[in-house]
Design a protein around this ligand. Structure first.
Ligand code: PRP
Length: 209
């Protein structure tokens, strides 16, 4: 039988994904010690786990080469596509926020304002909805550097513990939205393998923390 292929976001979401599979009683030894392997058999080969970056998890599920995926809501918002978002998995909880120096006066000042972000779409939509004219500067990592170096007034970024902001003299100025890991499913797979995917989704739902 063809295994159900599930793409899992590497990094922060991986440990919590493994913990969830264990609660579900799914054997996932390969996933605990992946080494350099990127496609791993779970549950005696009934499931195939694919390890990828969040953006690529969305691409693989959208194109149907993976049936399901585990990805952060931030990545889903930033890369809208045709996948079904079926379950809030409840882990990987953090928030998208506008952050800057406490005295930045960002929301009270007029004139040209700038924000650095990895999340251009989310930031654009947020400032548009607030009627603010903000120039965005795309940065691909350690976004907190931008206001420290004088490149931007604020950042729009993920805040989890707040440690990175605190360590760099920055703070949350406004919260954009709460975030967490989501289960996504390819629409064609949802039709073709409905009973199997429904059963796995239900098992996940029954084993959320
Ligand atoms: C994320 C985010 C912040 C940090 C927030 O970065 O972009 O920098 O985590 O976490 P905290 O509130 O717990 O300090 P990540 O570690 O993914 O690295 P990157 O910025 O290089 O992408």
């Amino acid at each position: 039988m063809t295994p159900i292929r599930i793409a899992i976001t590497k990094g922060r979401l991986l440990d919590s994904s493994v913990a969830m599979f264990k609660r579900m009683g799914i054997e996932c030894e390969a996933l605990e010690k992946p080494g350099r392997r990127l496609i791993l058999p779970l549950d005696g080969g009934r499931i195939e786990a694919v390890l990828a970056k969040g953006e690529d998890v969305v691409t693989y599920v959208d194109h149907g080469v993976c049936d399901m995926g585990i990805v952060g809501k931030d990545t889903l918002e930033e890369h809208p596509c045709g996948v079904f978002e079926v379950l809030d998995l409840g882990f990987g909880k953090c928030r998208m926020a506008v952050a800057g120096r406490p005295d930045s006066g960002f929301f009270s000042s007029g004139g040209e304002r700038t924000a650095a972000t990895k999340y251009d779409s989310i930031a654009r939509a947020y400032f548009k909805q607030k009627g603010m004219d903000v120039r965005l500067i795309h940065i691909s990592g350690s976004v907190e550097l931008a206001p420290l170096l004088g490149l931007s007034d604020v950042i729009v970024d993920i805040v989890e513990t707040g440690d990175t902001l605190r360590a760099n003299g920055l703070e949350v100025l406004e919260e954009v939205c709460p975030l967490s890991a989501r289960l996504i499913i390819n629409p064609a797979a949802m039709k073709l393998r409905k009973s199997e995917l429904d059963a796995l989704t239900a098992k996940m739902e029954a084993n959320l923390k």
